[in-house]
Design a protein around this ligand. Sequence first.
Ligand SMILES: O=C(CO)COP(=O)(O)O
Length: 128
Amino acid sequence: MAKLVRRTLALVAHDLKKDEMVEFARTHRTILARFNLVATGTTGGRVLAACPELSLTPLKSGPLGGDQQIGALIAEGQVHGLFFFVDPLSPLPHDVDVKALTRLALVYDIPMALNASTAHMIVGQLVD
Ligand SMILES: O=C(CO)COP(=O)(O)O
């Protein structure tokens, strides 16, 4: 019998990592299609352009509060995995938001991949 409630994954990628996120989504589109997805604004737009069949809700862009929106969803128990492709080499105006988001994923002990190689390893292990 079909499940009524799908679990939710969050997708976030910094600008220099967005191509990797699109490739990740394309590669695993069949798995990702079993989940509801939320994403920061620009990341979500890029992923939806590549994989329009996915059930993805874009939130605000990261620097405008998107990381914090995803953090709030994590705190409310509504996100069950975080794929956050972080750019460690570029300064970011919203660095504190990035830290807050990864901190909440740790606090609530949700699976979190901070780079593409980890994401490819864990995406098939998530329970939908
Ligand atoms: O800045 C981000 C995460 O910190 C990503 O935001 P965008 O997906 O809107 O570019």
